[in-house]
Structures are given as structure tokens and as C-alpha cells.
Design a protein around this ligand. Structure first.
Ligand code: FES
Length: 108
């Protein structure tokens, strides 16, 4: 069982490969992405403007903002293309007994 700093988001089997899924954790929008058999949690807001990243496309370990096409690395939150220049927070994910948990503190 994860420690108390982790918040339960969903069962692992509701996530589809490369299909972002948005959640809210204590008022914070968080997108989960299952890709390459790993699960990533990234803040669901582009750092360039207030656009939901969960509406973008996943390609490998990146997610693309649909508005101006900046891609962000799901592992680090760093932008890979302009116009975004600032990273997006990423959050530690824990999988435990088929459940997905995220910890909001420890932004990357
Ligand atoms: S709003 Fe995301 S790249 Fe511009």
C-alpha cells in the first residue's frame, strides 16, 4: 500500500495505451499516460498557455500540445519544441496491486 502522500487515481486497467486521461487531484489537473508499459503523470496544463495537454497526442515518451505543437517529455516535463520554453510539472506515479497512485509533492 503506498504511503499517505500518494493519492489513488484509478485502476490500471482503465488506462489505454497512448490515450491521455485527465484527473483532478485536490483541484490540480493531472493527466495520466500509459505508454511503453509505463505510467506517467503530468500537469494537465501547457506551460505556454492554458491548454489541456490531455487533449494532445502521445508519441513515445512525449505528449504534444494541440494548440501550437510543443511536445513535452513525459519523464521530465521539459519542452522538446518551441514555442513552449518552460517545463510542465511531472509527478511520481506508483502502481500497487493494479491501482494507480500519484504524489503531487515532488514535482519534477
Ligand atoms: S498553448 Fe501549448 S504550445 Fe502554445
Amino acid at each position: 500500500m503506498p504511503d499517505s502522500g500518494h493519492t489513488y487515481l484509478c485502476a490500471l486497467d482503465v488506462l489505454e495505451e497512448d490515450v491521455p486521461r485527465r484527473f483532478e487531484v485536490e483541484g490540480v489537473p493531472v493527466t495520466l499516460v500509459l505508454t511503453g508499459q509505463r505510467v506517467f503523470a503530468i500537469h494537465d496544463m501547457c506551460s505556454h498557455s492554458a491548454v489541456s495537454l490531455s487533449e494532445g497526442e502521445v508519441d513515445g515518451f512525449s505528449i504534444e500540445c494541440w494548440l501550437h505543437a510543443s511536445r513535452f517529455d513525459l519523464r521530465t516535463g521539459r519542452p522538446l519544441d518551441p514555442p513552449a520554453t518552460r517545463p510542465v510539472p511531472v509527478y511520481p506515479v506508483r502502481i500497487d496491486d493494479g491501482s494507480v497512485y500519484v504524489r503531487l509533492t515532488g514535482e519534477g
